[in-house]
Design a protein around this ligand. Sequence first.
Ligand code: NI
Ligand code: MN
Length: 226
Amino acid sequence: MKITYLGHAGLHIEINGKFIVVDPFISGNPLASVVDLQSLNADYLLLTHAHGDHIADVEPIAERTAATIICNAEMSYYYDAKGFKTIGMNTGGRFNFDGISVKSTIAFHSSSFPDGTYGGNPNGYVLEDGSKRIYIAGDTALTTEMKLIPETIGKPDLAILPVGDHFTMGYQDAYIASNFIQCNRVMGYHFDTFPPIKINHQQAKDHFSAGGKVLILPAIGETLEV
Ligand code: NI
Ligand code: MN
């Protein structure tokens, strides 16, 4: 599995020969100018919630690639009405496709579209390809429900956790989350995009390494392999 950071909470994932774009917010993010929106491959779009900083580029990508949008039920109704292909899920459910498994997990946050339409409950996702497992937390607070992930799904090889604070948990809570998830390799996201979520990278990394863990704060465009 290859995961490329698209900036903010955006990810481009190559898994089992398929391409999944998660929460694209590229055209509105000056920091993500290195990402070429027009050449981004997508078979699927995977969305955690309906806030603008997670869906801004969903429609142009779906129009260009005919990708199927995987999201919660309410978001699927919204995109269905606009003529897009969707798979609507809900919290706790699993969907298997193309040798890939996605399970929708609990996230504590909010979810409404920029136009005010109700966006259902926010979610995270666990993605598996049969050999590797990653957890994408989505925008969320630290929650004890994260303890259920290793118990009900399995320990992730990589946890992608928000670390920017203010709108989500910060890196200190993300460290506790990594204990709950039983994962020592963490990729931080949802940081630095806006002034309230700018973080001190060295402090955040030191906080994890003091506990014997690795926090990766990828550059935009950087690819990690699991
Ligand atoms: Ni949000
Ligand atoms: Mn957000």
